[in-house]
Structure formats: structure tokens, C-alpha cells
Design a protein around this ligand. Structure first.
Ligand code: 5GP
Length: 184
């Protein structure tokens, strides 16, 4: 049986990665979305093992030391990382595995998994990104400004990715994403 693909979706906070992933999974339920580990606290409604594996900092650091993560990064004072075991298991079974992760982790995956298809989602403009971050109403003013500053840095490395998709119109971006993932 042929191995599955590892597809990595990244881009700045507020760019619409989550919405794109949900739309993609609704149309392609055979895709396997990797569940990340994080040290941040669960938000209301989030479920252990479905949204994330919620870990203490020492438990996360043990996973790092024991090489149990395909990639990891610090984001907004917390750790986030992709447990390697499930990803390898699904790929061996021939399934395509999707990661939705921030930009530093997506950059380092090139070393740990060179065959990964790495896709960078761009906002139409920084102004529009700011507008989206504000209209989510989930973050404080300081958090929004931090995320925007980080976005400026993140956008600088977008050229290093296999594919760049601008998320202006969701349906157009989704179509482009599907073509990229399923084109060979
Ligand atoms: P949130 O706290 O809003 O759920 O996620 C914050 C950021 O962490 C998002 O950009 C999300 O894509 C990213 N993220 C989630 N899981 C992982 C992971 O396993 N690794 C990395 N590097 N980033 C992740």
C-alpha cells in the first residue's frame, strides 16, 4: 500500500487556517487531522484528546526530551507540538495527515519530515488580518498587537514554503487548497 502524505498548513494567527481546515475536513472526511499537545489551558468547550492533549509544562518537556514530537514551538508563552506516533501510524496506513500549526514549527518540519507538503496561508493584507483578529473578540488588545507583530515576522518566511495561498475569498482559497493537496 502506498504511504499517505503529510500536509502542513500554516500562516499567521487570524488568517483563517481553522476555518479552512474545517471546510476541508467536511469535504474530505478521509483526511486525518493530527491532534496537537499544548500546555495552554482548555478554552470553554474544548475536549481533551479531540481539540488538544492538554499537558503540564514538565510533561511536555519530557515529550521533547524523548523525541516524541515531530515538531514543537513556543507560542504566546505556551508550548505546542505534534505527537509523532499517530502521524506515522496513519501515514503508514496510506492516509493523508493534516497538521494545522504555527509558522516556526512548520518551518522546522522541513528537517524532520522533508517529504511534507508545506502550505502557507496568507491574508489579503495586514489591515485585513488586523480586522479579522479584532472581530474574533477572543483576544485582549495586547494579545492582538502581539499577534500582529508576530505575523509581520511570519510573513517574511512564506516564500520558503511549497505553496502560498491567499485567503481572501474562502471558497477560492479552499478550491486552491484542494487542488494543491490532491493534484498528484
Ligand atoms: P490556539 O491557542 O489558538 O489553539 O493556537 C495557537 C497557535 O498554535 C495556532 O497558530 C495554531 O495553529 C498553533 N498550533 C496548534 N497546534 C500546534 C502544534 O502542534 N505545533 C505548532 N508548532 N503549532 C501549533
Amino acid at each position: 500500500m502506498a504511504s499517505g502524505k503529510l500536509v502542513v498548513l500554516t500562516g499567521p494567527s487570524g488568517v483563517g487556517k481553522g476555518t479552512l481546515v474545517r471546510a476541508l475536513l467536511a469535504r474530505h472526511p478521509e483526511l486525518y487531522l493530527s491532534v496537537s499537545a499544548t500546555t495552554r489551558s482548555p478554552r470553554e468547550g474544548e475536549v481533551e484528546g479531540i481539540d488538544y492533549y492538554f499537558l503540564s509544562k514538565p510533561a511536555f518537556e519530557t515529550m521533547i526530551k524523548q523525541n516524541q514530537l515531530l515538531e514543537w514551538a513556543e507560542y504566546a508563552d505556551n508550548y505546542y507540538g505534534t505527537p509523532i506516533a499517530k502521524v506515522e501510524e496513519k501515514i503508514k496506513l496510506g492516509l493523508n495527515v493534516l497538521l494545522e500549526i504555527e509558522v516556526i514549527g512548520a518551518t522546522t518540519i522541513k528537517n524532520s519530515f522533508p517529504d511534507a507538503l508545506r502550505i502557507f496561508i496568507l491574508p489579503p493584507s495586514l489591515e485585513e488580518l488586523e480586522h479579522r483578529l479584532r472581530s474574533r473578540k477572543t483576544d485582549s488588545e495586547t494579545a492582538i498587537l502581539n499577534r500582529l507583530e508576530r505575523a509581520k515576522e511570519e510573513l517574511k518566511v512564506s516564500e520558503e514554503f511549497d505553496k502560498r495561498i491567499i485567503n481572501d475569498d474562502l471558497q477560492v482559497a479552499l478550491q486552491e487548497l484542494e487542488t494543491t493537496i490532491f493534484s498528484d
